[in-house]
Every structure is written in C-alpha cells, then in structure tokens.
Design a protein around this ligand. Structure first.
Ligand code: NDP
Ligand code: 13P
Length: 329
C-alpha cells in the first residue's frame, strides 16, 4: 500500500479553492489553503470564513489559510484552483516551492488563449517536475463547501495517481470517480462553460423550456464532436465532467456563465461585473480550435460572435434557427 496523501495544499483561495479545502478537510486531510493576498488571508484566519468569495460558509477545522507559498513544500499533493488564464503564471510561481514529483491537480475549466493548450498541458510546461492531474465535474462551490452531496471526476495519465488522489479527497459527501482520460475531462469542463452562456441567453430571451432542452442536447453534440476530434473517450464526454457539468451549468443562474448569458439575453443586458465567467474567455480559442479541425460548433460560434460584438443576440438566434435541415448527428 502506498503511503496516504495526508497533507493537501490548495493553491488559490477563491470560491472553488475554499470549497475544495473544506472537502479535503472533511475527508480527514490536513489542508493548507494558499492565497496570494496577505490581507484576505489574515481576514480568513481571523474570521474562519472567506467573506468575499463564500460568505456565510465556515472554514472546516483542519484548513490552515496561509499567504506563504513555502507552506506548500510539505504537501503530498497540491490542487491548483485559479482561473484557467492565470494557471500558467500561478503554476510557474508556485513550482519552485513544491517538492519534486508532487501531484499537481488543475481544477480550472478552460483552454489557454494564445497557446490553445489544455490545462494539464499548461501545467506540464509551467511545472515539469510536478505530476499533472485534473479534477472536474458538476459542482458548485457553495454546495461542496456546505457538504452537500457532489460527484466529480479526477483524471491522471500516470497509473494509480488518480485513484490515490480520489482516495485522499473523497468522503461521504464528496465522491470522486477516477479516470485516465485526462483530455476528455479537460474538454468537458472547458466547452460546457461556453455552451452555458448560450443556455443563459435562451433563458434571458424567455425562449421556453423546449428550447432550453434542445440547446443542451445540441450543445452536447458539439462538445462530443470536439472531444472526439481531440482524442477524448465518448464515455468521459457523457460522464460527470462532460454531460453532467453541461446539464448543471445550463440549468441555473447559480452558474456565472449562465448568468452572463441571461444578462446578454435580456434587453440591454450587460456582463455582471466582477464575476469570473470562464466561457467568455475560452469561447474564441475553442471555436478557433474547432474550425482548425473541421469540427462544426454552431452554438459555440454564435456565442463567440455575440461576445465579440459581431452579432447581436437576435442575429445569433436567427442564424442557428436558419441552418439547413440535416441528419441528427
Ligand atoms: N466556483 C465554482 O463553483 C467552480 C469553479 N471551478 C473552476 O475553478 C476555477 C477558479 O474558479 P473560482 O474559484 O470560482 O474563481 P474565483 O473568482 O472565486 O477565485 C479565483 C481565485 O484565484 C486567485 N487568482 C487569480 N489569479 C491568480 C494568480 N495569478 N495567482 C494566484 N492566485 C490567483 C484569485 O485571487 P484574488 O482574490 O487575489 O484575485 C482568487 O482567489 C475556474 O476555472 C472555475 O471554472 C470549477 C468548479 C466549480
Ligand atoms: O463549473 C461550475 C459548476 O460545475 C461552476 O460554474 P460557473 O463557473 O458557471 O459558475
């Protein structure tokens, strides 16, 4: 039996990092929660709450907030929980503090702009001495932080690593399935955010429950086409990190991506200020990668055109409905 991963570092003290720190503590681990903002960390230590990001949720016993990256050196595994576009900079900054061979688990959902790299590829470049893995699935931070039942996927290519991480982080309320299909898991999380913006637009324009269901089904067809073109396994795309997260994020304004779409869909709507909506940052690179591979993604392309200001919402909806009839593939 390999020794357990007892001490877990969580790097990134936003909503999801704080929720995962609570989940790991509930699983019986000692948890270091690192954030870059000294004053925010001091407040968290004093109040045992992350007020700006998760107000009203107590930090679990066993979570130690710190602004000292050196505290990650003694961790058996580190979860990197910062936005996708910040993941390279954060991994490069923290890497010198990690022991060689530390498992480094990206929890971000996106594709890097400029390089078109998936999240574990970014980790491999920014911190080559770490062992990359990814955690993704249908999971709102507020639910996980509060200990509500949640299931996600943890994937790593290295044999045994995903199982070991899942065993370290899993509890009766946080269930982790393990996988070696890293690419499938990272594609599901990145693509569903773009499609959730479209679902929000459908909600904001009050197009009805039937249109909302059609959007999820046709959105999944796009996600699956893109996934197949980039080597993902169909069962991963239809699993928690793909279809599961697509359904969650396309269903409620609790999702920041859906909320962005909702606001775009309402007359004169604007982007809710200050909230991270990863789909808005991934849309262009996702659509460009699809086009380069000859993969049709009309819904994602329409979202991209609206975000870029090339189309208004009515033009986007009209263009999707005016597409020629075709076989359902
Ligand atoms: N919230 C959720 O329910 C879920 C989120 N995710 C994914 O997790 C990722 C993070 O999201 P979330 O936690 O919600 O985002 P938040 O906006 O809540 O928090 C982001 C955190 O990252 C920190 N950060 C940003 N850039 C850097 C950097 N260069 N170095 C160090 N820290 C940095 C921010 O610090 P500061 O406060 O100083 O700006 C902040 O603490 C996203 O990819 C998201 O899609 C996945 C599942 C669920
Ligand atoms: O990824 C999430 C749920 O699984 C969170 O979604 P949002 O980033 O849209 O809030």
């Amino acid at each position: 039996m390999p020794p357990p991963l007892q001490r877990i570092g969580v790097a990134g003290a936003g909503a999801w990092g704080t929720a995962l720190a609570n989940a790991a503590a509930r699983a019986g681990r000692e948890v270091v929660l690192w954030g870059r903002d000294d004053r925010a960390i001091a407040a968290m230590r004093a109040t045992r709450e992350n007020r700006p990001y998760l107000p009203g949720v107590a930090l679990a016993d066993g979570v130690e907030p710190t602004a000292d990256a050196e505290a990650l050196a003694a961790c058996d595994a580190v979860l990197l929980v910062v936005p996708a576009q910040a993941s390279r900079a954060a991994a490069a900054e923290l890497c010198p503090h990690l022991a060689p061979g530390t498992p480094l688990v990206t929890c971000a959902k996106g594709i890097e702009r400029g390089t078109s790299l998936f999240m574990t590829q970014v980790l491999a470049e920014a911190c080559p001495q770490a062992r990359p893995a990814i955690l993704s699935g249908p999971s709102f931070a507020v639910d996980v932080a509060a200990g509500l039942p949640t299931a996600v996927t943890l994937a790593a290519r290295e044999p045994g690593l995903a199982e070991a991480l899942a065993a370290a982080l899993g509890s009766s309320s946080f269930r982790l399935y393990h996988s070696d299909d890293v690419r499938g898991v990272e594609i599901g999380g990145a693509a569903k955010n773009v499609l959730a913006i479209a679902a929000g637009i459908v909600g904001g324009r009050a197009l009805g429950a039937s249109a909302a269901a059609a959007l999820i089904a046709r959105g999944f067809a796009e996600l699956a086409r893109f996934g197949r073109a980039f080597g993902a396994r169909p069962e991963t795309l239809a699993g928690l990190s793909g279809l599961g997260d697509l359904i969650l994020t396309c269903s409620t304004a609790q999702s920041r991506n859906y909320a962005l779409g909702l606001s775009l869909g309402r007359e004169g709507g604007l982007h809710p200020a200050g909230k991270l909506a990863e789909g808005a940052l991934t849309a262009r690179v996702l659509v460009a990668m699809a086009q380069a591979q000859g993969v049709e993604m009309p819904i994602a392309a329409a979202v991209e055109a609206v975000l870029a200001g090339h189309w208004n919402v009515d033009q986007a909806i009209g263009s999707l409905l005016a597409r020629p009839q075709k076989a359902e593939l």
